[in-house]
Design a protein around this ligand. Structure first.
Ligand SMILES: NC(=O)c1ccc[n+]([C@@H]2O[C@H](COP(=O)([O-])OP(=O)(O)OC[C@H]3O[C@@H](n4cnc5c(N)ncnc54)[C@H](O)[C@@H]3O)[C@@H](O)[C@H]2O)c1
Length: 417
């Protein structure tokens, strides 16, 4: 085997597909036996990798396994395991540490080890390297070590693993070159950095930049509403400037992994190491986290204007995933929004072509397949996620009340965030 990929999720599986497609033999190691079993049967659990691709990968020698003993000798190990937050809101590197220990047990002289999981600056050097060096082999001398952030954008039809430039930072310049050669086999452009910390921080800068700019327009959404200014029209006009401005849009909150979670890794490092806050990140978190409650308030106001109480009102949520046209529900703002509405006594139902079951705080929310019927019957409909399946203007016209959190409606029958 040429490569072992540890963690076969949203990041690891597309990487395994790209490496297999480049003619490399890949063993995929995942501690979740059900993930491995379904991949071995040709089924994919990742939106961007269809089952047919998994079949092709298996035919090209891709070997998914949950058994460490099945990994065997490899030239390269790539770690793509989750980096969530711990219960106290700090980084939880337990999966990175466990996966690094697995690599340490198979480490041989001449190997290349790459960490792809998003994490705070210093992780590769201060956490991964010492564990690997417990083997007696020394990074930069006996094996190569690098960090390369994953930039995958689930559901993006234009930019995938092959045409999204890959940032690569090695522990030494030779480590950078070796890792760049590895990715150069299946990625069009490799962008080397000075070292591992620069590559780690580049990823966090990208995500923090979006987090902050989304918070900016979310804050503006509130006061523009009070001032009677259509912020969506403002953004459209500002975006006509061909330089120096990139449009961001308000919404019901931020979801996925990159925006709500990753900036915590950077603010944690700044606070833990330097003792002061990363104020932009903390402010952005505060603003973005209050958006679900703000949407619930606006919906409450809408019902109130019609003389209706939220308590007992039927509220239909359209789209509960964190991005359009995918099934991923991680950190979706639909969940806290549902919690707020539920606390106000609303009777919730949802529609989402990508989600068959949906529970909030352990309570199952009733789903419906009859989109038009449910829209017409609900006291208020909230467009939470704008899947392509929805014709928002047409739905707003048949709804009693329609609240559009994505700014996609043009009809006066809808109220926009
Ligand atoms: N999903 C994205 O869009 C995205 C984009 C860029 C970066 N990232 C980053 O990439 C990393 C992986 O994210 P993901 O979305 O692929 O996560 P994921 O949850 O989809 O998949 C991770 C997989 O790793 C497995 N795993 C956990 N511990 C393991 C271990 N010790 N050894 C082997 N496998 C183990 C899990 O069972 C799971 O299948 C995270 O750091 C994330 O922040 C994710």
């Amino acid at each position: 085997m040429d490569v072992v990929i540890l963690g076969l999720g949203y990041v690891g599986l597309p990487l395994a597909r790209a490496a297999t497609g480049a003619g490399l033999t890949v063993v995929g190691f995942d501690t979740d036996a059900s993930v491995v079993a379904s991949l071995a049967a040709g089924r994919s659990h990742v939106d961007d990798v269809p089952g047919d691709d998994v079949d092709r990968m298996l035919a090209s020698g891709f070997h998914p396994t949950a058994e460490e003993s099945a990994i065997g000798p490899v030239d390269t190990a790539v770690i793509c395991v989750p980096t969530p937050l711990s219960t106290d809101g700090g980084p939880d590197l337990s999966a990175v540490i466990a996966a690094t220990r697995t690599v340490a047990r198979i480490l041989r002289a001449g190997m290349l080890v790459i960490l792809e999981s998003t994490t705070f600056p210093g992780t590769t050097d201060e956490i991964v390297r010492p564990i690997l060096e417990e083997s007696g082999l020394i990074a930069g001398r006996d094996f190569h070590l690098a960090f390369s952030p994953e930039r995958i954008d689930p559901g993006n039809k234009k930019y995938g693993p092959h045409n999204t430039p890959k940032v690569v930072g090695g522990f030494t310049p030779a480590c950078t070159r070796r890792a760049a050669d590895f990715y150069g086999r299946f990625v069009e452009t490799v962008v080397p950095t000075k070292g591992t910390r620069e590559a780690e921080t580049a990823k966090l800068l990208e995500n923090t930049y979006r987090h902050i700019n989304i918070a900016l327009v979310n804050e503006m959404a509130r006061f523009c509403h009070e001032l009677g200014i259509d912020l969506w029209d403002v953004i459209r006009a500002a975006a006509s400037k061909p330089f120096g401005f990139q449009p961001f849009h308000p919404g019901p909150g931020v979801g996925g992994h990159c925006i709500p979670i990753d900036p915590h890794y950077l603010s944690y490092k700044v606070r833990a190491k330097l003792g002061y806050p990363f104020r932009f990140v903390e402010l952005a978190q505060e603003i973005n986290a209050t958006m679900p409650a703000y949407v619930a308030r606006r919906v409450q106001d809408m019902l109130n204007e019609a003389g209706l109480a939220t308590n007992g009102a039927s509220v239909l949520l359209l789209g509960v995933t964190y991005k359009p046209n995918i099934a991923d529900q991680r950190e979706s703002p639909a969940t806290p929004l549902a919690r707020h509405l539920h606390a106000l006594g609303a009777k919730l139902t949802y529609h989402d072509p990508y989600v068959t079951d949906w529970s909030v705080a352990g309570v199952e929310v009733l789903g419906t397949d009859d989109l038009e019927g449910a829209v017409a019957n609900a006291d208020v409909v909230i467009l939470v996620q704008d899947h392509d399946r929805y014709d928002a203007d047409a739905l707003a016209r048949i709804a009693k009340r329609f609240f559009d959190t994505r700014g996609v409606t043009t009809t006066d029958d809808a109220r926009r965030l």
